[in-house]
Design a protein around this ligand. Structure first.
Ligand code: F6P
Length: 321
């Protein structure tokens, strides 16, 4: 009997998930698997939202943002009785392997499922936060950075027209990657991220000197995880005497058609995931590091902390003081 393989997306959506789904299905089929799709993430796995991956389900999805499989966060999956229900859903269709496209929370959930029922899975990292240990790239990051770049370029237009200070808060629950890269790419004067200490006195002195030398507007990019956006905007206004505004970019960063880079990375991650399962790996997470695709055991992801690229951090450090 042909081996069934199920593909799902889980946790926060990100651009690149759809091309990854498409390529997982097509490549798995070429390798002799019978591909299935799980809709609604872990909730759908429990509630049996599982269908054969007919061609019409994956055509015309490549250019779409978000995930056509939809996603969810499921508290029920923490309970064994619901994981048993999920396992029964797979069993009755002859599905013996899974590919999950998502973040570390989803990988941990699937790892628990693997320990319960021995269903091997391969994880494809996808989160705009880019904070999964072991991989330098997670699907969706390039598209999110381009969304931010476009928004910040627009904000600069109005900031220069009014001689204002703009604070732009970008996503990153615990990680400053998006803020760091977009501050550099957009030429921000200030960048505040959880990974770098900041010094308001020094920032103030620097901005004042620049103002005296003709600077007419200020652009600051602040990571959500730094929890500083409101405070810093008030400080710019009350201490620095600037006409300051705060823009929180929010979920706009998670949407949009996947960039070319995200589409190509999605394809390569998908091939790596199918090959990982074919080679007998049981619970590995696909990685892109030092220019090559590979994988790490799930334990590497769950037990280590993500570190920002040191070269980029050094470039960004002057923007925090
Ligand atoms: O994990 C990705 C992320 O976009 C974070 O940067 C952000 O804090 C969070 O998801 C938002 O989650 P939700 O969509 O549940 O509000």
């Amino acid at each position: 009997m042909t081996q069934g393989i199920a593909i799902m997306t889980s946790g926060g959506d990100s651009a690149g998930m759809n091309p990854a789904v498409k390529c997982c299905v097509e490549y798995a089929r070429k390798q002799g698997y019978e591909p299935y799709l799980i809709y609604d993430g872990l909730r759908g796995l429990i509630d049996d939202h599982i269908v054969p991956a007919d061609r019409d389900k994956t055509s015309g999805i490549l250019h779409r943002g978000g995930t056509v499989l939809r996603s969810s966060r499921s508290k029920r999956f923490f309970q064994l009785e619901y994981r048993q229900q999920a396992y029964d859903n797979l069993q009755k269709r002859g599905i013996g392997q899974m590919i999950v496209i998502g973040g570390d929370g989803s990988f941990s959930a699937l790892n628990q499922f693997y320990h319960d029922f021995k269903v091997p899975f391969a994880g494809i990292p996808a989160t705009i936060d880019n904070d999964i240990p072991g991989t330098e790239y997670c699907l969706g990051v390039d598209t999110a950075l381009n969304q931010i770049r476009q928004a910040v370029d627009s904000i600069r237009d109005t900031a220069t027209s009014f001689s204002r200070a703009f604070v732009v808060e970008v996503m990153g629950r615990h990680c400053g990657y998006l803020a760091m890269v977009s501050a550099l790419a957009c030429g921000a004067e200030v960048c505040l991220i959880p990974e770098l200490p900041y010094d308001l006195d020094k920032i103030g002195a620097r901005l004042m000197e620049e103002k005296n030398n003709g600077r007419r507007y200020v652009l600051a990019i602040v990571a959500e995880g730094a929890r500083m956006s409101d405070h810093f905007t008030r400080w710019l206004s009350e201490t620095m005497g600037l006409d300051a505004r705060l823009t929180v970019l929010g979920h706009v960063q998670r949407g949009g058609s996947p960039s070319v880079y995200d589409r190509i990375m999605a394809y390569k991650f998908a091939v790596a995931a199918v090959e990982s399962l074919k080679s007998g790996q049981t619970n590995a997470i696909m990685t892109f590091a030092n220019g090559a695709f590979g994988s790490v055991p799930i334990e590497t992801v769950t037990s280590s902390k993500y570190h920002l690229d040191q070269d980029l951090l050094r470039l960004c450090a002057p923007l925090s003081c």
